[in-house]
Design a protein around this ligand. Structure first.
Ligand code: KIV
Ligand code: NA
Length: 265
């Protein structure tokens, strides 16, 4: 496989080729999921929960993401590596530039930023400075205190319209990819039709251009929290870690995952 590049993401969308993404935090799993044909790998701040055992992503630091990005980088050969901007590391353009530069120097090809609004200026600032950005809308876990929990977003008409506006705005600001988390399937499908960058869903239905899951979740590990509806245990059908990742990649490519049982209407 030839290594993924940022411009190829838009090509994939134009060609209708679905993108399979997983989170990853270390070199061993990075090698396994890259070998299984994963397209995109995210060093998510979900590491705060699944690696560090915390109850939210808020305590994760720039040092944490930089460390895990270096670890994952060493295991990858073809997948495109995305690093999460942790809580408040993107509160200003200057702060964001500092953190994002560290992540690209650690081997990431792109950084992920939660939200729109004041983040639009940050996205623009990074993109103008040669730092590709993945946006993240819908349920943004760094907003957990304001939201009062992890809930499906964009359910009523006004919220759906706001989400579609935000999606157009992050694309306009220069984002090259858009994660949609916990959004009703029809709303995510509408956003996907609205923008010419690829959308990557997690709990956002089958109408997105790609899918992402937390590695631990798709391997059936119990996080100690209630398992969200969109999570599927691929180890059960895959029989081994490589088998699970192959099953996931195939299911995403062929549009078999997520189905209605793993989506919100
Ligand atoms: O941190 C993370 O794992 C994420 C994905 C769930 C999109 O942001
Ligand atoms: Na995240």
């Amino acid at each position: 496989r030839s290594p993924w590049t940022v411009p190829r993401l838009r090509e994939a969308k134009r060609e209708g080729r679905k993108l399979a993404m997983l989170t990853c935090y270390d070199a061993g799993f990075a090698r396994a999921i890259d070998d299984a044909g994963i397209d995109l790998v995210l060093v998510g701040d979900s590491l705060g929960m699944v690696v560090q055992g915390r109850s939210s992503t808020l305590p994760v630091t720039v040092d944490d993401i930089a460390y895990h990005t270096r670890c994952v980088r060493r295991g990858l050969s073809s997948a495109l590596l995305v690093a999460d901007m942790p809580f408040q590391s993107d509160a200003s353009p200057a702060l964001a530039l500092q953190a994002a530069t560290r992540f690209l120097q650690a081997g990431a090809a792109m950084v992920k930023i939660e939200g729109a609004g004041p983040k639009l200026e940050v996205i623009r600032y990074l993109v103008e400075r040669e730092i590709p950005v993945c946006a993240h809308l819908g349920l943004t876990p760094q907003s957990v205190l304001r939201l009062g929990g992890y809930k499906v977003q964009g359910r009523d008409e006004a919220a759906a319209a706001r989400l579609r506006e935000d999606a157009r705005a992050v694309a306009e600001a220069g984002a090259e990819l858009l994660v949609l988390e916990c959004v009703p399937s029809p709303v995510a499908a509408a956003v996907t039709a609205d923008v010419d960058i690829a959308t990557i869903g997690i709990g956002a239905g089958p109408g997105c251009d790609g899918q992402v899951l937390v590695l631990h979740d798709m391997l059936g590990l119990d996080s100690g929290h209630r398992r969200p509806k969109f999570v599927k245990d691929f180890l059960a059908e895959g029989g081994s870690v490589p088998g699970a990742v192959l099953a996931y990649v195939d299911a995403v490519r062929e549009g078999r995952f997520p189905d209605a049982a793993h989506s919100y209407d």
